[in-house]
Design a protein around this ligand. Structure first.
Ligand code: 3PG
Length: 306
């Protein structure tokens, strides 16, 4: 019998797990569950006899792939698939997929929540400021960036975006200005919301040069990936510019050092952009449906590897 494993260090909500179970068992497959594992060896042991795997940000390394001798498909329930070793998957002819767009609304809402939290002085009684009339820069106008723009517009923010992969008309039609380059974007953003994936090109790309262009009192909002930040540069600029702020749901590698700048630096204890019941259901059920579609009908619509 086809066996599907959900392996999640940060579990899906019970309602999402039930929904996944209904789809998997409804297709005549078996479902196994590994949650909150503390030792990666438990992950290796759990994959040995599975045909399909659903993960979140869990690292699907070459070691995991080597341990999973029957594996045919792995689905990252979410957008970013930098946690999957795509070469290792391809070498074993394993199909790797993501579920684009399924958890975008949750991430976009958190990005807006972060802006309000910083504008309102981390919910202390001190006098804060309003988002209305402030300039919001959106770095990458994909599923999340577009939703952040839509919601920020309702709050009266003045929005500018940069995305070299999206035609300008597709951005301006939303009432969003297009920056001609990153320098223009960073120089004109009171809030800058990051939505770039972690790739070889983007890793550590948010560096001193861009951060130093940000206007007085500006705030960087990162619900994307910590890897895109040059963390040494972040530490340097927060020390030099006592007006700058950084808020994220993926704590920096040098979190302890950055905590010295609190409350201008704030990181949630665990990555939480997509941690809503709705997003868990959307992404989890999409992953389950994609697995059934692939095993039964060979559908590879959301394949991300070669
Ligand atoms: C994504 O890439 O979809 C988000 O970062 C969500 O990650 P998570 O599933 O670990 O919450």
């Amino acid at each position: 019998m086809t066996k599907v494993l959900i392996a999640t260090d940060k579990p899906f909500s019970p309602v999402a797990v039930n929904g996944i179970r209904n789809i998997i068992e409804g297709a005549g497959f078996e479902l196994a569950l590994l949650e909150k594992y503390t030792d990666v060896k438990d992950f290796y042991a759990a994959v040995t006899d599975v045909d399909a795997l659903i993960v979140r940000s869990d690292k699907v390394t070459k070691e995991v792939i080597d341990a999973a001798s029957k594996l045919k498909i792995v689905v990252r329930a979410g957008a970013g698939y930098d946690n999957l070793d795509l070469d290792a998957c391809t070498a074993k002819r394993i199909v790797a997929m993501n579920t684009p767009g399924q958890n975008s609304n949750a991430v976009a809402e958190l990005a807006l929540g972060f802006m309000i939290y910083m504008a309102r002085t981390c919910f202390t009684p001190a006098t804060g400021s309003e988002l209305s009339g402030k300039r919001l820069g959106i770095h990458a106008y994909g599923n999340v960036g577009r939703l952040v723009a839509q919601k920020a517009k309702a709050l009266g923010m003045d929005i500018i975006a940069f995305d070299p992969f999206i035609p300008a008309e597709a951005i301006t039609k939303d009432g969003v200005k297009v920056a001609k380059n990153l320098e223009e974007l960073y120089s004109n953003s009171d809030y800058l919301s990051l939505h770039i994936p972690a790739t070889a090109e983007t890793k550590e790309s948010i560096n001193y040069n861009f951060l130093s262009l940000m206007p007085k009192g500006a705030c960087l909002v990162n619900t994307a990936r910590k890897e895109v930040i040059n963390e040494a540069d972040m530490e340097k600029i927060l020390a030099e510019r006592t007006d700058l702020k950084y808020i994220t749901d993926i704590a920096a590698g040098n979190n302890d050092a950055l905590m010295a700048f609190a409350p201008r630096y704030f990181a949630t204890p665990k990555k939480m952009g997509a941690q809503t019941s709705e997003a868990n259901v959307n992404a989890g059920l999409a992953a389950a449906n994609q697995i059934v579609d692939f095993i039964k009908n060979g559908v590879t619509k959301f394949k991300v590897n070669k």
